[in-house]
Design a protein around this ligand. Structure first.
Ligand SMILES: O=C(O)CCC(=O)C(=O)O
Ligand SMILES: [Fe+2]
Length: 399
């Protein structure tokens, strides 16, 4: 049962540990491997339709039970069982410099259909970022200090004017959902329609392996002034790799760089500390997704018994090094911005301190298994979703 509310206080609820830490970590993996430059300065985000558009529809699956739980919680607390639809699901990263002033979430004419908001915090203040405290302008529960797994729900109207303080270091990660009573704004219908267009027309799509496919490069281009000009700023996929100690090598013709062709859509290899891994990734998004998977899972993966066989990892030759540097210069115009945005200066990152290529190779295969499993689940769920025009946890117990 919901907590009894003080009748004078605006309707809002804070729940500690609503999500498990392993769920937060999986969402962090999805967000950091799929984000684009977002809707506000210094904000990066991904949506379910973006996951579909970049050929990663299987990454919707981990969000399905969480969306279901959130909808139930909001309906229960606000006493509107079976009345709501999910209007928007977003994984949002608030990087250094991001903030939002006093506002309500329905404060534009085109947002009036929004009735309720749910924000799940995926990482913790002080541990992964500084700043970024949430405040309600008045009433109870004035300040929320984000902590991984905690949930905040509130009405989207002017009873809940709120703000987020500027993030001063690190990345503040959330899963944010908006709910509406107006079913014409149901996100599920639009997503199901996109998925059925892709999967039902082409039998072959069902058996293909979904390698990530980057969106247009300006969606990954971030600069201080938000001027979408290639002469400034950083490619955020590359910047995330760089801050984790990786760089990229492309055997594509160097003229591609001069001709401004999108080199990041081409196959590429990863380098680290002047070593080159021979494995070829289909593009930068594929490489980033595997690196983020490695970060997420490295503690759980089986330790390989031997080091990698000769030839899998080689020393970069001088001409190869030159190519690596050239690519870096082309994609990271503002080195400091990359570190400011995706680094966390409060403590030295220990995540990749005992990096080794043999473990990383295990992660490449484990990521493929994870991806195929989720993709199979998607293919099995889709007929049920189409049938009910709703995205939910379908059970496959009956044959
Ligand atoms: O991330 C939060 O804590 C709240 C974000 C917010 O107010 C919004 O996106 O409208
Ligand atoms: Fe808001």
């Amino acid at each position: 049962m919901p907590e009894p509310r003080n009748s004078n206080s605006p309707p809002r609820l804070f729940v500690q540990n609503f999500l498990r830490l392993d769920q937060c970590k999986e969402l962090e993996f999805i967000l950091k491997s799929s984000s684009t430059v977002g809707y506000r300065p210094h904000v990066f985000s991904t949506t379910l339709s973006h996951l579909i558009a970049t050929n990663c529809p299987q990454l919707i699956l981990p969000l399905v039970p969480i969306r279901e739980m959130l909808k139930e919680k909001v309906e229960e607390f606000f006493g509107c069982d079976f009345e709501l639809c999910i209007e928007f699901t977003g994984l949002i990263s608030w990087a250094k410099g991001a903030s939002i002033g006093w506002h309500s979430d329905d404060n534009r004419e085109y947002l009036k259909h929004r009735d309720f908001t749910a924000v799940c915090y995926l990482n913790s203040h002080g541990e992964s970022f500084r700043g970024g405290l949430f405040h309600f302008k008045d009433g109870e529960l004035q300040t929320v200090v984000p902590s991984a797994g905690d949930l905040l729900i509130y009405t989207a109207d002017s009873n809940n004017i709120h703000s987020v303080e500027e993030v001063t270091d690190g990345e503040r990660l959330t899963l944010t959902l908006w709910f509406s009573r107006n079913s014409t704004h149901d996100e599920d219908m639009k997503l199901i329609s996109r998925l059925s267009q892709i999967y039902l027309n082409e039998e072959s799509c069902r058996s293909f392996f979904p390698f990530p496919a980057p969106a247009s490069s300006n969606m990954y281009l971030f600069s201080r002034e938000q001027s979408f000009h290639e002469e400034f700023g950083i490619n955020i996929c590359f910047a995330r790799l760089l801050v984790l100690g990786f760089s990229i090598y492309s055997s594509s013709d160097e003229n591609l760089l001069e001709e401004r062709c999108d080199i990041l859509l081409k196959p590429l290899k990863l380098t680290r500390s002047d070593k080159l891994l021979s494995y070829e990734f289909s593009n930068i998004l594929h490489a980033l997704q595997v690196v983020q998977y490695y970060l997420w899972k490295s503690g759980d993966l089986p330790r390989p018994e031997s080091t990698l066989s000769w030839g899998k990892v080689t020393e970069l030759s001088h001409p190869q090094k030159e190519k690596v540097d050239k690519l870096k210069l082309a994609l990271i115009k503002d080195h400091k911005l990359a570190w400011e945005t995706f680094g966390f200066r409060c403590h030295e990152s220990t995540e990749l301190q005992d990096f080794n290529w043999a473990c990383f190779s295990v992660a490449i295969t484990a990521w493929e298994d994870y991806t195929s499993e989720k993709h199979k689940d998607l293919i099995r769920s889709l007929p049920h979703w189409i049938n009910y025009q709703s995205i939910f946890c379908a059970s496959f117990d009956t044959v």
